[in-house]
Design a protein around this ligand. Structure first.
Ligand code: SAH
Length: 277
């Protein structure tokens, strides 16, 4: 019986692969990969390794999840060391849960090798400290692309002192902006769109909740980082959105975490869009 390695390929830059991932890829017999895995990473896999693209192409699924699960089990049953290679980290919006269940049910040995998830690649690319102590008390990794049920995204948990990383935001930025405004996020709360983070195709756009609707669409894969931490001058914007904020050294941490959704300021006055773009 072989073994299945669920490996994170990272956000794109092959230098961001773990040493373990690279070693396993170079010694694999078969690699099943998603379309999200960058061509630069795929180029590191030796030619003699069998490469199977199980991902989506232009919205068309090449293989169903059940078919992928069955392939993993069947290759492992033939004694092969199988690599299931996924973009970013396998455990973040990567459907690894379904594959792990199938492998467990079939009694197949497996190991997860983490990768750098897109949120971290994008934050690094844009120079954003996701949990900057001056401006954020929580980091939320979320999507509302869970089928037709957009309400599965818990917007109530997102406040002006959150950093929200929205995976799979889709191409309808106006709809994303509408949901953020409905959730009570301030119009000039800054946000950043990062497309193809850490690859030669990378693009970064700084915008705001209100201006997002008019933004030019960037190619997939792209994600959105929303929150005060995305401002170039976090200190200025932290003051504007956080009136109760004292100096960080004077132990204001608890006071800050008590600011609730209902106290969320909606119209900060001292921030102009030009300051944050
Ligand atoms: N397992 C992956 C996420 C898969 S969901 C991870 O941990 O990163 C696919 C979504 O991830 C895309 O729609 C996009 O929102 C995001 N994504 C993946 N790679 C990206 C990249 N290089 N740049 C920007 N966003 C990326």
């Amino acid at each position: 019986m072989g073994k299945v390695y669920l490996i994170g390929a990272g956000p794109g830059d092959p230098d961001l692969l773990t040493v373990k991932a690279l070693r396993l890829l170079q010694n694999a017999s078969v690699v099943l990969h998603d379309s999200l895995v960058s061509r630069e990473v795929l180029a590191l896999i030796p030619h003699e390794v069998e490469l199977i693209d199980v991902g989506k192409r232009a919205g068309q699924k090449l293989l169903t999840q059940d078919e992928i699960n069955a392939l993993l089990v069947s290759y492992a049953g033939r004694g092969k060391n199988v690599i299931r290679l996924k973009g970013g980290d396998p455990l973040i919006f990567g459907r690894a849960g379904e594959e792990i269940e199938a492998l467990r049910n079939a009694g197949v040995n497996f190991e997860v090798v983490p990768g750098i998830t897109a949120a971290l690649g994008a934050a690094a690319a844009a120079g954003i400290s996701l949990t900057d102590r001056r401006a954020a008390s929580q980091l939320e990794i979320a999507t509302f692309s869970r089928g037709a049920d957009a309400s599965s995204m818990n917007w109530a948990a997102v406040t002006n002192s959150s950093t929200l990383v929205l995976y799979m935001p889709g191409a309808d930025y106006a709809e994303v902006a509408r949901q953020m405004r409905d959730a009570g996020l301030a119009d000039d709360l800054p946000c950043v769109i990062v497309s193809n983070a850490t690859t030669p195709r990378q693009q970064i756009r700084r915008t705001s909740v209100a201006a997002l609707a008019q933004q030019e669409k960037l190619p997939a894969p792209a994600l959105l980082i929303v929150g005060r931490v995305t401002a170039h001058h976090v200190d200025e914007i932290a003051e504007a959105y956080w009136p109760a904020r004292g100096s960080l050294e004077s132990g204001s941490q608890s006071a800050r975490s008590e600011i609730s959704n209902s106290q969320r300021p909606t119209s900060p006055t001292s921030i102009s869009p030009t300051k944050i773009s």
